[in-house]
Design a protein around this ligand. Structure first.
Ligand code: F6P
Length: 319
């Protein structure tokens, strides 16, 4: 194995830089030339890449975003573009590729593996919605960002005896909503998996107010519905002054936490080791704290339900 590529694809996530650094350093330590493709799969299609060395990953472990930039490459849905990418990779002399991203990025890695380029996927998304792994790079940092913001909202909610309806990211998954809901003492979380009707939310808020509480946090996962409408309904039906806040892309930025840096480093290192062992069409995953790997197609079929024990616990003590 002489030359491997690395790219980041899909939405960025804090910790991606730590993963890139680990891939590059592990490659160099094992006598392999690493190259970094710019803007995900577009970098292969356009032969837009940098030859990486120790210097190119110096001083990045602590920074958010991705030095390789990232994109969602629509062309990859077409076979002709995937063949072009494979052809370019061969011309560049690639012996393998590490793809850091979510499920969509894994699909691209699966296609290229099928064509004959050994590919390994590393889970990078704030949403933690990749079923094959219990943890994705960026999830911890994003949740800490949410907690920091909701703590601030909670201060002002207390002063004004208000209800704050906060929309968090997660695409179709409620993992961010559930865990940050617990961490901020929310009275209710609403997600696509648990699409609590608004009248039930209102009843719950009323009941909790009767028990003496005078300020409320409701966390809504972005897939569920409009937080402004939810806040309006709560205000109209309970009389509690309510405000909506959409946290948005602030959740995708910031310096990665220790957990994200360590896991990203472990995963990047492990991905290069898999390529060295001659593996292809695999994804790196964390299960019960240990690194494992799965076939890409097998990984894409897996399901990751929301943790209902956590949800039930939260609701039982949310008064
Ligand atoms: O997958 C990460 C994520 O931030 C989701 O939580 C969100 O739904 C989506 O990306 C937003 O995408 P974009 O950055 O393209 O607006």
């Amino acid at each position: 194995m002489k030359k491997i590529g690395v790219l980041t694809s899909g939405g960025d996530a804090p910790g991606m830089n730590a993963a890139i650094r680990a891939v590059v350093k592990t490659a160099i330590a094992n006598g392999i030339q690493p190259i970094g493709f710019i803007k995900g799969y577009n970098g292969i299609l356009e032969k837009n890449y940098h030859v990486m060395d120790r210097e190119s990953v110096s001083g990045i472990i602590h920074s958010g975003g991705t030095i390789l930039k990232t994109a969602r490459c629509m062309e990859f849905y077409e076979a002709s573009y995937r063949e072009k990418a494979f052809h370019n990779a061969k011309e560049i002399g690639l012996d393998g590729l590490v793809v850091i991203g979510g499920d969509g990025s894994y699909r691209g890695a699966g296609y290229l593996s099928e064509l004959g380029l050994p590919c390994i996927g590393v889970p990078g998304t704030i949403d933690n919605d990749i079923a094959s792994t219990e943890y994705t790079i960026g999830y911890d940092t994003a949740m800490n960002t949410v907690v920091e913001c909701v703590d601030k909202l909670n201060d002002t909610c207390q002063s004004h005896e208000r209800c704050s309806v906060v929309e968090v990211m997660g695409r179709h998954a409620g993992h961010i909503a559930l865990n940050t809901g617990i961490a901020t003492g929310a009275v209710q979380i609403i997600t696509e998996e648990i699409p609590t009707p608004i009248d039930d939310v209102v009843e719950n808020v009323k009941k909790i107010r009767e028990s003496g509480k005078d300020h409320f946090i409701v966390i809504v996962s972005e897939g569920y519905g409009n937080p402004v409408e939810i806040a309006t309904q709560i205000q109209e039906k309970t009389g509690i002054d309510s405000r909506a806040t959409i946290l948005g892309h602030v959740q995708r930025g910031g310096n990665p936490t220790l957990k994200d840096r360590v896991n990203a480093t472990r995963m990047g290192y492990y991905a290069v080791k898999l390529l060295e062992e001659g593996k292809t069409n695999r994804v790196v995953a964390l299960q019960q704290g240990n690194l494992v790997d799965y076939d890409i197609q097998e990984a894409l079929k897996m399901k990751k339900p929301l943790d209902m024990d956590l949800y039930n616990m939260m609701m039982e003590i949310s008064f």
